[in-house]
Design a protein around this ligand. Sequence first.
Ligand SMILES: Nc1ncnc2c1ncn2[C@@H]1O[C@H](COP(=O)(O)OP(=O)(O)OP(=O)(O)O)[C@@H](O)[C@H]1O
Ligand SMILES: [Mg+2]
Length: 238
Amino acid sequence: MSHHFIRFSDVHYSYPGGHEALRGVNFLITHGEKVALLGRNGAGKSTLILLTDGLLSASSGEVNIGDVPVTKKTLPLVRQSVGLVFQNPDDQLFMPTVEEDVAFGPLNMGLPAAEVERRIEAALAAVKATDLRSRSPMQLSGGQKRRVAIATVLSMEPSILVLDEPTSNLDFGARNDLIRLLSDFEHTQLIATHDLDMVRRLCPRSIVLHEGRVLADGPTAAILDDPQVRQALGLTDE
Ligand SMILES: Nc1ncnc2c1ncn2[C@@H]1O[C@H](COP(=O)(O)OP(=O)(O)OP(=O)(O)O)[C@@H](O)[C@H]1O
Ligand SMILES: [Mg+2]
């Protein structure tokens, strides 16, 4: 279905202070693709991710989710499709309990109580956080916060998942669980990460950002072998 697409067309973004973080970005991600977004610190990955659901608005160019251009008017529609997991879980968790945080999206969508409850249970089970349900998010460990933050997005049952560094802070077991969860999730995924092992296991395609531009876009294995990409990612020894 068309609302599973993400298209960036000549997207520029400058922060209010004037720094141009994106300098003409183009790509199309189609239904069901799992795409890694790679690049060094400051390359523009989080900026790009915030543009996908309208938390930032392009300075010029256009971002589309399916046929829908991301604008102030279309935000409610866009946010029903795009589930965004922030780089920092503290940006995602703001309710007194985990349960309320995970229920927040479904309640906002006006779903009936029984359906909200089903979604809370399913989302917490998916990230193995059922036992955290009554806890205060502020008092969780880094990895627990990460898992709950992912649950708050899964409970909305988005058709596109956009994740910013989802494996940071996770222990080996939780990281493997997450990779399995994402590989079973059949909808479109865009994942900004420095975790190349996950990228090799999960994402057939990678997009490399370098200083706000797309340096490479293609099959992950070929991308990670490319000397120019390796240099841009800091994978070379010099
Ligand atoms: N709020 C802001 N105001 C001004 N400049 C910003 C702001 N946030 C980010 N930047 C700048 O925009 C550029 C891109 O930042 P961004 O956070 O998108 O990078 P990133 O690729 O996600 O890096 P990382 O791997 O460290 O998460 C950087 O040069 C950064 O300093
Ligand atoms: Mg970032």
